[in-house]
Design a protein around this ligand. Structure first.
Ligand SMILES: Cc1ncc(COP(=O)(O)O)c(C=O)c1O
Length: 399
């Protein structure tokens, strides 16, 4: 018998647990292999209408939905260029990284960006938002930008509590929420929660390869469009509102394969029992990951990036690895065990375990077991059995 020490165990299907792009269902991948149709008539027009009609419900809004060919950054741009004017002040609520990047791009587009500072370890503090807005008696701030889930730190901000803070300050600013990580993973109720603009991409909870993004606009955002003065032609809502013309709606050739993929992804969500069932699955699988990290954690050792348990997201968990260097560890599980996990980004020294999209217990428990094996093999301080803790969460959900 050969000595198994040092053997590579990675051969087999690779498990990719990075926080986007997520694992794409086979049914979605298959439609990407279909040939191109005539883009002006026939089934692709029906597919486009179907996707467009189903899109508002994904954000739980009765408002308008726009599809932009691009990534999440393009949805950020579409949101601000249609609702604001050059020189307008926007308040960015920092918590982790992505809201501040939205602010950086907004500044390039001529907006006056103020950052309400926060940390990598906690959600936005609604009381601080209220205090800042109460101070803005001239209502110079025209929009508030926040990420629902920040994919760098894995924090989940309390969108309802921030809305209450805006209302308590009696402030009229547009409330814009980045749901790029959270859409299709976390409960999000655009209209009921008083959100004016929501943005998302297709490549995370919505289970489609990267390439299209979405902007949902409520009535206050639609009214703001009428006097906004910072237009970018390609993103302009006006021409895209022409419902009789698919070419105009997409400002050019429609993203045919993506539309087919989205239709299948929406069918999968419906077949699961709708968004509530999808959110519940994410809650269980996210809880399983968190239970494992909790079991591994120890003072000076493994630790959650986010201190408050209620503010840890159901899409991704950022883990600080203590004395274990994250990069050699990530490289080991990738090259020797076939598991790809997210690297720490934005200066957060750790790893990110994704649990978003098309996932089930064998995928998540396999990920946790492989991580635990890798941690033990790397000599990390692993206090208890993450596998046992995660299995218990799944067992309780199955009971
Ligand atoms: C919360 C959040 N916002 C924005 C982005 C940027 O999206 P994209 O990379 O698709 O432009 C990401 C990407 O990971 C994200 O997670």
């Amino acid at each position: 018998m050969t000595d198994p020490t040092g053997v590579s165990l990675r051969h087999g299907r690779q498990m990719t647990a990075i926080p986007g792009p997520s694992i794409i269902p086979d049914e979605v991948l298959e439609v990407f292999a279909r040939p191109m149709p005539d883009l002006y008539e026939g089934p692709i027009i029906e597919t486009s209408h179907d996707v467009r009609e189903r899109l508002p419900a994904i954000a739980r809004t009765a408002g308008e939905a726009f599809i932009v060919i691009g990534n999440g950054h393009s949805a950020w741009q579409m949101a601000t260029s249609n609702t604001l004017s050059r020189g307008d002040k926007v308040l960015v609520l920092e918590a982790g990284r992505f809201a501040t990047v939205w602010g950086e791009y907004s500044a390039i587009s001529g907006l006056d960006v103020e950052v309400l500072s926060g940390t990598d370890h906690a959600p936005v503090n609604p009381a601080a938002v209220e205090a800042r807005l109460a101070h803005d008696s001239a209502h110079e701030i025209k929009a508030i930008l926040v990420a629902h889930v920040d994919t760098a730190s894995s924090v989940r901000n309390d969108i309802v509590a921030i809305r209450s803070a805006i209302d308590a300050a009696g402030h009229p600013a547009l409330y814009m929420v980045d749901c790029i990580a959270s859409m299709g993973c976390e409960q999000f109720e655009m209209d009921a929660w008083g959100v004016d603009v929501a943005v998302a991409g297709c490549q995370k909870g919505l289970m489609v390869p990267p390439g299209v993004a979405f902007v949902w606009a409520g009535p206050k955002a639609a009214a703001a469009y009428e006097h906004a003065d910072n237009p970018v032609g390609y993103f302009d809502w006006g021409r895209r509102r022409d419902r009789s013309n698919e070419y105009a709606y997409y400002a050019g050739t429609p993203p045919i394969s993506h539309l087919r993929g989205l239709q299948v992804a929406f069918d999968l969500i419906d077949a699961e029992g709708g968004l509530d069932a999808v959110w519940q699955r994410h809650e269980v699988l996210g809880s399983a990951v968190r239970a494992a990290v909790d079991a591994w954690a120890s003072p000076g050792g493994i630790k959650f990036c986010i201190d408050e348990p209620e503010a840890r997201s159901n899409c991704v968990t950022t883990v600080l690895t203590g004395r274990t260097e994250p990069e050699p560890f990530r490289s080991k599980v990738r090259t020797e065990a076939g598991l790809v996990i997210g690297m720490g980004i934005a200066g957060i020294p750790g790893m990110r375990i994704a649990h978003m999209g098309h996932l089930n217990p064998p995928m998540i428990l396999g990920t946790i077991a492989t991580l635990e094996a890798g941690l033990i093999a790397s000599g990390a301080d692993v206090r208890g059995s993450g596998i046992a803790a995660a299995t218990k969460v799944v067992a309780e959900a199955l009971a």
